[in-house]
Design a protein around this ligand. Structure first.
Ligand SMILES: Cc1ncc(COP(=O)(O)O)c(C=O)c1O
Length: 355
């Protein structure tokens, strides 16, 4: 019954939950800090919570099929016309899957610079594509020359994550331009963490008809549990994308909360400030090599130790961080730490100090 390509998929490894760790280590859930999934330590905007409560009695009614209220609000936030924006659910993952469904014919290739976010590979394989992996260089920059060598007539999508998960670095604009010009396929620029960064690449959508930018409400907007994403794309692609998109894929509650979150500029600014200050603190104080980051997390290299051992040691102290060993080509000594509140950051630094 199951398609052959599904057997090649290694199931997505999510960050560990507070409930799992409380049970496994016999800890009080309130004493555990979760810095493994790049969520917002300030939680959602209170305005988003209010909107959820206000709209709760209306959830017996379907939302708009295309989430146009959210798309219009996103037009104001991004500066792009609504004709360039599609809202997606569940999260940006839903956008990636919808795109694969739209353009992949069995045997097409997608290029993935590794290590990076693992859902690209899952979505590609599940839709019949063959992933072609191009390892990033020792500084975790995309190896543009090797990537261009990997482009073929079967290349349908090239995934570029900026800032990259887990390394935290941006893809230079000049590299994206060269890559977009090298292929008749699409270049998917994942900007899940862009609010925390100095630079966005979204304006390139105006210059190229094969660049699409993925965004999410899961990180800076603190709405990971509502699963809202969106894409900024050329108008021709939005028309085709909407033809095959699942109707009503952003829920009524999610639309209301998303619109409210976009209007709460103060909460967004506070979240960004906390991440920017906190990542500098973590870089300065974690007693291992910590890479520069443009995101709300930092990547730590614990060589000569094993990431798994260090993470297990931190778990015993009720600190959840992300062992990157499950990321393809990440090796066994990288750990990703989400920037938390000041108190959480101090605890994680202390934890690393005694492993
Ligand atoms: C780089 C990157 N892209 C996409 C996503 C998925 O975002 P969403 O929660 O909107 O599905 C994540 C989530 O961790 C991510 O790290």
């Amino acid at each position: 019954m199951i398609k052959e390509e599904i057997f090649a998929i290694n199931e997505y490894v999510p960050g560990k939950s507070i409930e799992d760790i409380a049970r496994a280590y016999g800890l009080d859930p309130d004493s555990i800090i979760k810095l493994g999934s790049n969520e917002n330590p300030l939680g959602p905007s209170p305005m988003a919570v209010e909107a959820l409560i206000e709209h709760a009695p209306k959830v017996s009614i379907y939302p708009s099929a295309d989430a146009n209220e959210l798309v219009n609000a996103l037009s104001g936030y991004t500066g792009f016309p609504a004709g360039n924006i599609a809202a997606s659910g569940p999260g940006m993952d839903g956008l990636i899957d919808g795109l694969m469904r739209l353009i992949i014919t069995r045997g097409d290739e997608v290029i993935i610079p590794t290590p990076t976010f693992s859902y690209y590979e899952i979505a590609a394989r599940a839709n019949g594509a063959v992933p072609v992996f191009v390892k990033r260089d020792e500084d975790y920059a995309v190896d543009v020359e090797a990537l261009l060598d990997a482009v073929s007539s079967r290349t349908k999508v090239i995934f570029l994550c900026s800032p990259n998960n887990p390394s935290g670095n941006l893809v230079p604009e000049a590299d994206v331009r060269v890559i977009a010009e090298s292929t008749r396929g699409l270049v998917f620029v994942d900007e899940a963490y862009v609010e925390f960064a100095d630079k966005s690449l979204a304006h390139l959508v105006n210059d190229y008809d094969n660049i699409i930018v993925g965004r999410t409400f899961s990180k800076a907007f603190g709405l990971a549990g509502l699963r809202i994403g969106y894409g900024i794309m050329p108008q021709w692609l939005k028309s085709e994308y909407m033809r095959a998109a699942t109707p009503f894929n952003v829920s009524r509650a999610a639309i209301a909360a998303g619109v409210a979150a976009l209007s709460d500029v103060g909460h967004l600014e506070k979240s960004i400030e906390l991440a920017r200050g906190g990542r500098e603190y973590l870089k300065a104080h974690i007693p291992f090599e910590v890479y520069n980051s443009q995101a709300n997390f930092v990547m730590v290299n614990v060589a000569l130790l094993k990431a798994k051992d260090v993470c297990d040691g931190l778990l015993e102290k009720g600190i959840i961080v992300r062992d990157c060993s499950s990321f393809r080509d990440a090796g066994e000594s990288l750990i990703r730490v989400t920037v938390g509140t000041r108190g959480q950051n101090e605890r994680v630094v202390e934890g690393f100090g005694v492993v």
